[in-house]
Structures are given as C-alpha cells and as structure tokens.
Design a binder for this molecule. Structure first.
Ligand SMILES: [Zn+2]
Length: 102
C-alpha cells in the first residue's frame, strides 16, 4: 500500500480512483467520512486520500494524475485581456465580450 495523493473533495477522490482503475491500477479511497467529522479530526487530515494497492504502480499512477491535473478544466482557462472573464483553452475570442484572446 502506498499513498498517492490527497484530493480536494470526495467526488474528486473517486474520479481519480476511477481514472486509475481504467488504467488497470488498483486503488482505494481513505478518509471517506472525514468531511462529516471535521470537528474531531485535525483539518490537515480531513481530505480524502487515494492509495495504491500495489507500490509498483506508483510511477504510472503519478503520470496519470499529472495528466489529469493538466487537463482539468479549471487549470486550462485563460483570462480575457479586455474583461477578465475566464475562457476555456482553445477559445480565440472571449465568450463574454468578443475580444480576441492572444
Ligand atoms: Zn472578454
């Protein structure tokens, strides 16, 4: 068993677990119930964690997580130079004000 990463919330933890399992990597989510028990658990321990069953999968799993983080929508937005609105990567004009994004 080996801890891979912690997730911001439970849905993300399960998304990562699913991502790993699609690649044939066995994973478990821990701290599942942490968010319901914030009063009892120190805050830094309250995030769900994704653990690998087999240590040997670590390199491949970390690669998958990095790819996931690169393609996560919030990570690829660009701010419009005219109005400051966030636009998805690949947009050439702002969806809000129509200004070109370079
Ligand atoms: Zn704009």
């Amino acid at each position: 068993m080996r801890r891979l990463c912690s997730a911001a919330n439970l849905p993300e933890a399960y998304l990562l677990k699913q991502l790993l399992e699609q690649a044939g990597i066995e994973a478990r989510v821990f701290n599942e119930h942490a968010q319901g028990a914030l009063g009892e658990i120190p805050f830094t321990h309250a995030y769900p964690e994704v653990w690998l069953i087999n240590d040997a999968d670590a390199v491949r799993a970390e690669e998958l997580i990095r790819t996931y983080e690169r393609t996560e929508p919030s990570a690829v937005t660009r701010a419009c130079p005219a109005c400051g609105e966030q636009n998805p990567q690949g947009f050439e004009i702002c969806w809000r004000c129509g200004a070109p994004i370079s």
